[in-house]
Design a protein around this ligand. Structure first.
Ligand code: ZN
Length: 700
């Protein structure tokens, strides 16, 4: 493993705190990022590092503190605020207590924060406090786990790392582990580091550099030893063609699978949960799933206790010869989920010893020939499940390829960690109007109303595929949204007049997240002309987008919703012109009326799938932020000229035209979309006007 330390980069780490801790903290943040950027050392929120230093208190004294990474913080991108300052003098005394429960430990940590309003410290915080050296690095390196998670693991660690490394048998993270680790350190202060069986590595130093160098040194030794002992025994990778084939199958299967998982979760009483699926498909994965060894290893326990909440105790395994036969797939799924649920229930019963039974949703679904679908309540969680699964299978394969026999955690050890309060806290989600894991596709997303709807859905935690004609307008919008919402926004170029593009648009969303719950039909064109002057080509251009485009979206979303089998919602952006058309606006009014009528037909035809189709009919939304409405760019100049008004004057004119004298905004339109998306009333085929009150345009 490469040592990436570079003194020149350290000054670039921003630290706002003043005082003697400033230097220490900067070194700490810098080396945490180095460790965190190496997936073979830690993944996502894994691992933990600390520094002992001091913080000036209100008396001007330097109070000793231990800065420890907060629970779940990702080291790769950590800032100083990702660390919790703990009262060192008090907490170090806890090492003299024999036993403390997880709950009591959590309370002690919460009571002895050096600053108020801190995040939850990690379950491993006391381990960092009890260990004497200034800088502590704790990682979960893949190569170390490839040594520890096998029969004769202790011997393998000694062979690979030498005898000057302490080896600690597995102890559940928490108070006891903190004491065990501190005890081992005190009995041999000169060891190079410490390996925790089935868990990871600890190194230390008086400088951040010293601790980091030791981590890299020990991991490199482990990697070299594994390379040396590699035998011919290989889990054969599949060929290139099969990855393509598998991805194609995955796109067909994912919505079916997602639907079954959602319905299964509803059956368990967690009504309304939705799920995001991320694919894991590669040569290695396909080879692994198709080999007998692979299957056996897939069912072995997770590598480390904190991987458990990400991947679950075991995967859901589905095998079918004909992945295109959806009925057969459904039967296989029911069978597999039945076995999965029964096994999970008896695991709970064996370990909880009482009636503390609760259902479990699989976190990974393995399909030989197709790949692995990794589930989470949102894309972040699903990505963690995916990355942890990929690494787990790689390490298991390494063990097999060095002639080892996998030896993981026992069932009671897994159970103790799965229900640990610190671990459960990592899975807590915010209550929102729509379930996390909701997936929406918005057409015409780069316009004023489209971008307003995207903004709102993203704020509600929805995963949004923002679609529009490809180009700068869409790219800049998605780029901006991604800065705030990360991988919950996906830009998809989609010309609604092309059937191919519509099919591919839905496929992109399915491949990215597993399915769809909400479609916002918003893309539309306007054109100003009297009938006598009408250019037929212009009329047809509108007809293609406003009518055929809508038809194509309905045709293919109906197929997708049917495969998924969990219902769905479609909200169509209609217009007040459907009810009150305007002279000189025939192409728009007529094509939007056809669009509106298609939506009403869809509400009749799709109700049996529990798909609701409703309309929102706004009037005079000029812009959203700096996004101008395409419709008003077309219509505005003409109207301004006709009425002798400037842009502000025209807005004022439309405001005064409605009963409530309201300026209608994209946010108002988004509110109406949310009303339908959250299913607050049993309504389909209906229209909400968002126009400030226009009696002529009131739907009737
Ligand atoms: Zn750990």
């Amino acid at each position: 493993m490469k040592n990436c330390w570079n003194d020149k980069e350290i000054d670039g780490v921003a630290i706002t705190l003043d005082g003697p801790d400033r230097f220490d903290l900067r070194q700490r943040v810098y080396s945490a990022r180095l460790l965190g950027s190496e997936p073979d050392l830690v993944l996502h929120g894994g691992g933990n590092v600390s520094v002992k230093t001091s913080l000036p208190n209100v008396f001007g004294e330097a109070a000793p503190v231990s800065f420890v990474k907060a629970s779940g913080q990702d080291m790769a991108t950590i800032e100083e605020t990702g660390f919790v300052a703990l009262d060192y003098e008090y907490l170090v005394r806890l090492a003299n207590i024999e036993f403390m429960s997880d709950e009591a430990m959590r309370d002690e940590l919460a009571l002895h924060l050096a600053r108020p309003h801190e995040k939850l410290p990690s379950i491993e915080a006391l381990m960092h406090v009890f260990l004497a050296p200034k800088y502590i690095d704790h990682t979960h390196p893949a190569s170390i786990l490839a040594l520890t998670n096998r029969k004769d693991g202790t011997q393998w660690v000694a062979d690979a790392l030498g005898s000057n490394v302490a080896v600690i048998p597995y102890v559940k993270p928490g108070f006891q582990l903190a004491r065990t680790v501190a005890g081992a350190f005190e009995s041999d202060r000169n060891s190079d580091g410490m390996v925790l069986m089935h868990h990871g590595l600890i190194t230390w130093g008086e400088t951040a550099r010293e601790a980091y160098d030791k981590t890299i040194e020990l991991v490199s030794r482990a990697e070299k030893h594994l390379a040396r002992t590699k035998t011919k025994h290989r889990i054969a990778p599949a060929g290139e063609a099969s990855v393509q084939q598998a991805t194609k199958h995955y796109r067909e299967i994912a919505p079916v699978l997602r639907g079954m998982m959602i319905r299964n979760a509803r059956g368990m009483g967690t009504l309304g949960e939705r799920v995001i699926l991320r694919p894991l498909i590669s040569d290695e994965i396909l080879g692994f799933l198709e080999s007998a060894t692979g299957r056996e290893l897939a069912f072995e326990s997770p590598l480390t206790p904190d991987n458990l909440i990400r991947t679950g105790v075991r995967p859901l395994w589905i095998e079918t010869d004909d992945v295109e036969d959806m009925t057969e797939l459904g039967r296989k799924f029911d069978e597999a989920i039945g076995t999965f649920s029964r096994e999970y229930a008896s695991y709970i019963e064996r370990n909880a010893g009482s009636d503390r039974s609760r259902g479990a949703s699989p976190k990974t679904v393995m399909f030989p020939g197709v790949g692995i679908a990794c589930a989470g309540c949102d894309v972040r969680e699903a990505d963690i499940a995916r990355d942890v699964t990929a690494q787990t299978l790689r390490v298991k394969a390494t063990i097999a390829e060095t002639d080892g026999q996998y030896h993981g955690l026992t069932e009671d050890q897994l159970y103790a960690m799965e229900y640990d309060p610190f671990q459960q806290a990592k899975l807590q989600r915010q209550e929102r109007a729509l379930p996390s894991g909701t997936i929406a596709l918005v057409t015409g997303a780069a316009g004023a109303i489209g971008s307003g709807i995207c903004d709102r859905l993203l704020q509600e935690g929805v995963h949004v595929a923002a679609t529009d004609l490809g180009g700068e307008r869409l790219d800049s919008m998605v780029g901006n949204l991604a800065k705030e919402h990360g991988s919950r926004v996906l830009g998809v170029p989609l010309d609604v007049t092309s059937e191919n593009a519509v099919v591919q648009g839905f496929e992109s969303v399915v491949e990215a997240w597993g399915g769809l719950d909400l479609l916002i039909v918003n893309a539309g064109l306007a054109h100003v002309s009297t009938l006598s002057e009408m250019d037929l080509a212009a009329f047809r251009r509108l007809e293609r987008v406003n009518v055929e485009g809508v038809l194509l979206l309905f045709r293919h979303v109906a197929r997708l919703f049917k495969r998924q089998g969990t219902g769905g919602d479609v909200v169509v952006l209609s217009t007040k012109n459907v009810f009150a058309p305007g002279a000189g606006f025939g192409a728009y009014s007529a094509t939007k009326a056809a669009c509106h009528q298609l939506a009403r037909i869809a509400s009749l035809e799709l109700a049996e799938l529990d798909v609701r189709v409703n309309m929102v009919s706004p009037d005079a939304v000029f812009s959203h932020g700096d996004r101008k409405s395409g419709l008003w760019a077309e219509v505005g100049p003409d109207r301004m000229q006709a009425r002798g008004l400037d842009e502000a004057g025209l807005e004022e004119y439309y405001r005064n035209r409605n009963l409530l004298k309201a300026k209608v905004t994209a946010e108002h339109v988004a509110n109406a979309v949310m009303f339908f998306a959250t299913r607050q009333t049993p309504t389909t085929g209906a229209t909400i006007p968002v126009d400030g009150g226009l009696p002529d345009a009131t739907p009737r």
